[in-house]
Design a protein around this ligand. Structure first.
Ligand code: PEP
Length: 252
């Protein structure tokens, strides 16, 4: 059965000293709350993975990365492979975030190749999908999301599909303070789950956690997470404050 999940995406933020403070504060704050019903994941920038991984050993959260190379190893200057991530204690990895699609021209094909590399190392992909404002206003959001889900994931076997997490992140809601309504989120989450059911089966669809991302905060998380097909959140800005992040994680 699908799990409740809250993942924090720190993006390219924090100095090393600030990251040290934040992760220790998250570990301490977690002790004050009951998070048995939710898996908490922290995705720091690459250089802080070792720090976050070390702290995670005595704390109740998992470690995630924000990106991975689509290659195994070799002459790919600046890239980080899935086996390197595994060696750092990484259990989850975000792929296909809209910022990577926009600024680094990541395609659905790139995303699908990265997912293969992650699964080979037993790292759980958190694949992001979501439409731009223009696509929503043009009424194309269902088609955009269908393509992203099909081209990113539907080459997988049913077993591998069940090992993935999907994050619906409308681009117009990321970092804008403009959150999707709970109805808008539910509509797309149900649509994604239906796509998985049609391609695989209802059993497979029920195993896949689908997270909402886009200006999620302690004030709106409970309402969003109360929807049937919303299994948690991928949190950007609010994951940079320990208390806000953990409050969101306790919003089920
Ligand atoms: C994100 O970038 O994944 C995200 C959801 O950001 P924010 O919460 O800041 O909108």
């Amino acid at each position: 059965m699908r799990r409740n999940i809250v993942a924090g995406n720190w993006k390219m933020n924090k100095s090393f000293a600030e990251a040290d403070d934040l992760i220790n504060s998250i570990a301490e704050t977690l002790k004050e709350y009951d998070t048995t019903d939710v898996d908490v994941i922290v995705c720091p920038p690459y250089p802080y993975l070792e720090l976050v991984s070390d702290v995670s050993e005595d704390a109740d959260f998992f470690v995630g990365a924000q990106n991975v190379a689509k290659f195994d190893n070799g002459a790919y200057t600046g890239e980080i492979s899935s086996s390197m991530l595994k060696g750092m204690g990484v259990d989850y990895c975000i792929v296909g975030h809209s910022e990577r699609r926009k600024y680094f021209n990541e395609t659905n094909k790139d995303v699908s190749e990265k997912i293969d590399k992650l699964l080979k190392e037993d790292i759980t992909p958190i694949m992001c999908v979501g439409e731009s404002l223009e696509e929503r206003e043009g009424g194309n959001h269902f088609e955009v999301i269908r393509n992203q889900v099909q081209e990113g994931l539907f080459h997988l076997s049913a077993d591998d599909m069940q090992r993935c997490i999907i994050a619906y992140e409308p681009v117009w809601a990321i970092g804008t303070g403009k959150t999707a309504t709970k109805e808008q989120a539910q509509e797309i989450h149900a649509f994604i789950r239906k796509l998985i059911e049609e391609k695989y089966s209802d059993d497979v669809a029920q195993e896949v956690s689908i997270l909402y991302g886009g200006s999620c905060n302690p004030q709106n998380a409970r309402e969003l997470f109360s929807m049937e097909d919303v299994d948690g959140g991928l949190i950007g800005g609010a994951s940079l404050k320990a208390k806000d992040f953990i409050q969101i994680a306790c919003s089920f």
